[in-house]
Design a protein around this ligand. Structure first.
Ligand SMILES: Cc1cc2nc3c(=O)[nH]c(=O)nc-3n(C[C@H](O)[C@H](O)[C@H](O)COP(=O)(O)OP(=O)(O)OC[C@H]3O[C@@H](n4cnc5c(N)ncnc54)[C@H](O)[C@@H]3O)c2cc1C
Length: 408
């Protein structure tokens, strides 16, 4: 397989980990990583936290590159536009065509935008370093910053915006911030923490219009309230970057559907890549993968640990397929884990609290350091979230790994 060529599309954490895993599993052929950003992979979580607050640059955020991938060829600044799986070719936005023997899909997600009428100058999203740099320049101490969406990124931005001196308004259709994974009680407790620092929440509300001539000068909410502001950030969810894969008979209904080896699965009635000799895998935020821990079928998990876990499995699969061997049949069982820093509070979660039917505070109380366990409708533990209890949460990693899909 010395002269085989793997192209990895997406120069983020997932693409990087897949490259490392290819080498770790004995692939010695050429690896080319295509990225639409100008940078080699860097760490995204600080973009809504430290990097936004103190203005860190790419040098501070870039991942260490291991010796094993020192010979990887980077093709940055022009993304993939289309794929022809049958011909094993990839066309880039600049028109260049690349051939491959094996392909890794690692294109992640992008922020979702609502069709809100009005000017767009002053409207921001946050996914890339360039987004964070532009937003940092726009935030003005003492002036209003409107954040649309109260999920993790919205709440992290609310905290950082406040620390940068802005008067932060969070507008969200939800009844409490971060309600989806946390539930009403813990979400409410996090709202109280934010409010005590000066954040204003407009819950059960959305933005009806951006007002102004060329640039945003205020926003009107659906109850008629008007908030004067020159800076709005939309943080209302994500869209998987899959358009470049269209026309290849793949299931792109919510990201890219893969099996437990991270190999692509086709749409119903087609074989996808299973029945062909084209080895293609997907990793990270864009991959909808099965796990013994997910009772309701394959999921996309937008947590930082997943690009590494799926990248390791995908690299091993691709290396095996390119050698003409069968990939491992071990089920995939990586435990979803995320953290979030908001003001001085450290949130940590394991498992899938978002699928729970009920929750229980098992340590501390909601307005201080606490641990909240989450149970499904069969009363099985499916997740845990702690605030300022990072160490105490460690034993849950083992406990939650014992969930099996029949019981959850
Ligand atoms: C602001 C922010 C804060 C976060 N904070 C946390 C946190 O606190 N805790 C946590 O657990 N997780 C956090 N996350 C999530 C975590 O960073 C992601 O799960 C992780 O970065 C996903 O890695 P990935 O490689 O799948 O995708 P990405 O890192 O998005 O990499 C995908 C790359 O592919 C590129 N690309 C897209 N389309 C194309 C194309 N057609 N051709 C070529 N390249 C393309 C993208 O531009 C990008 O460079 C945060 C994410 C963000 C944005």
């Amino acid at each position: 397989m010395d002269n085989k060529r793997v192209v990895i599309v997406g120069a983020g954490l997932g693409g990087l980990r897949a490259a490392e895993a290819l080498r770790a599993n004995g692939f010695v052929g050429e690896i080319e990583i295509v990225g639409d950003e100008e940078h080699v992979p860097y760490n995204r979580p600080p973009l809504s936290k430290e990097a936004l607050k103190s203005g860190l640059g790419h040098e501070d955020l870039k991942f260490r590159q291991r010796d094993s991938i020192a010979d990887v060829h980077w093709k940055l600044g022009s993304g993939a536009r289309s794929l022809n799986l049958e011909k094993k070719t990839l066309t880039l936005a600049n028109g260049e065509e690349l051939m491959f023997d094996g392909l890794v899909i690692a294109t992640g997600i992008r922020p979702r935008l609502l069709p809100i009428p009005g000017p767009t100058q002053g409207l921001f999203t946050l996914r890339t370093l360039s987004d964070a740099q532009k937003l940092r320049e726009a935030i003005v101490p003492g002036e209003n910053l409107v954040i649309l969406g109260s999920g993790f990124i919205g709440c992290e931005l609310a905290a950082t915006g406040t620390l940068l001196g802005a008067n932060v308004h969070v507008v969200s259709l939800d009844s409490e911030p971060m309600v989806m994974p946390m539930g009403l009680e813990l979400g409410g407790a996090m709202r109280r923490r934010h409010e005590s620092k000066g954040v204003t929440f407009h819950l059960g509300r959305t933005v009806k219009s951006f007002n102004g001539d060329e640039k945003i000068e205020s926003v009107t909410l659906d109850n008629g309230d008007v908030i004067p502001t020159g800076v709005v950030v939309e943080a209302i969810g994500s869209v998987p970057n899959v358009e470049w894969l269209e026309g290849n008979g793949l299931d792109l209904s919510n990201g890219v559907l893969v099996d437990h080896t991270m190999r692509l699965v086709g749409t119903e009635g087609t074989e996808g890549t299973e029945g062909t000799n084209v080895p293609v895998v997907a990793v990270g935020d864009v991959a909808r993968h099965p796990s013994v821990l997910y009772a309701d079928g394959p999921r996309r998990i937008e947590h930082w640990n997943m690009p590494t876990e799926t990248g390791k499995r995908a690299g091993a699969t691709l290396a095996a397929l390119l050698k003409g061997e069968a990939p491992t049949d071990d089920p995939f069982s990586a435990l979803p884990a995320f953290w979030s820093d908001q003001f001085e509070y450290q949130l940590q979660s394991y498992g899938l609290p978002g699928v729970a039917a009920r929750s229980k505070v098992v340590s501390g109380d909601l307005d201080g350091p606490c641990i909240v366990e989450y149970f499904n409708d069969k009363d099985h533990l499916v997740g845990v979230i702690g605030i300022d209890t990072v160490k105490e949460l460690v034993p849950y990693r083992k406990k939650l790994m014992n969930i099996d899909s029949s019981s959850s």
